[in-house]
Design a protein around this ligand. Sequence first.
Ligand code: NDP
Length: 337
Amino acid sequence: NRRIVLNSRPHGAPTSDNFRLENADVPQPGEGRVLLRTVYLSLDPYMRGRMSDSPSYAPPVEVDAVMVGGTVCRVLQSKHSDFAEGDWVLANTGWQDYAVSDGQGLVPLGQELKHPSRSLGVLGMPGFTAYMGLLDIGNPQPGETVVVAAATGAVGSIVGQIAKLKGCRVVGIAGGPKKCQTGVETFGFDECLDHHAADFADQLATACGDGIDVYFESVGGKVFDAVLPLLNVKARIPVCGLIAHYNDTALPEGPDRLPLLMQTFLVRRIKAQGFIIFDDYGPRYDEFLAEMTPWVEQGKIKFIEDVTDGLENAPEAFIGLLEGKNFGKLVVRVGED
Ligand code: NDP
């Protein structure tokens, strides 16, 4: 049973030294328990937060403990009346080959599952985040301009496409020309701008001639700086993530821009609302699946998966996620389908 544990807490950007690969015995399930084999592991930006012990909405991973993570697993052995051998389940067993579970928190996915990894992406937590954040907080109306950051990623790509389905004009923001081309050609955004471009803020102002009605915030930093002056009266900002700041070790240098921010919010009557997907919307997961599943099957919502092979490669892939190296929803293939 290979497993990756937190070796040390990062200061700033994580490095491979913060992780350690261990070998342990395969655990044996007792009465009322199941043995799970990890097939896919999801890698997500929130894991950076769990590596630190600063206060957050969820407790940190302890040093020497297995890294947390959503997984799609198969039941290898069952001593639990609700599960049979061969069942697929959505679990939270973390960065390891095998785990024993008492069934709590497992989501059954049936005996036949054509596309297991989708349950970690478009039909899983990131898709759910996009759906609820955009529709419940962003409340996009036909004809409005929606700007989405990290626009070709797991959450952003779905946000932009749902906004298009709702009749909005969508401007994506992504890192590099290839991602931007995909934003337009694959995801159907009206425009997609490269935040690395020197004149990015000017490009955004040109692309948003009528201002911004909804800004789906996943990034912060200079992307938000470019968005702020363009926000319309009564704009909505679902505050989903701030990935540009996850490795920060101190507040930025320079003049205090908080008064400018608050003044903009006041004068333009802007609503910004943070959310933590399962804490705030957990009971609406079935509602999301009921609408998203046919959208995916009918090709109305497209998605890209970035698959890394082998549990041992998870640390490097995760470090890359925080640098924009992933292209689409990042998952690790840990075991055979
Ligand atoms: P993505 O698949 O979008 O991958 C992360 C992307 O963020 C990178 O590919 C990169 O895209 C972009 N990025 C990384 N660093 C920077 C930077 N310094 N400046 C600008 N962009 C950067 O990840 P997810 O879709 O899984 O997550 C997107 C966001 O949503 C994250 O902030 C995450 O924490 C948040 N989230 C929040 C949830 C909640 O409940 N609130 C639930 C799930 C996710 P590019 O190359 O295009 O810049």
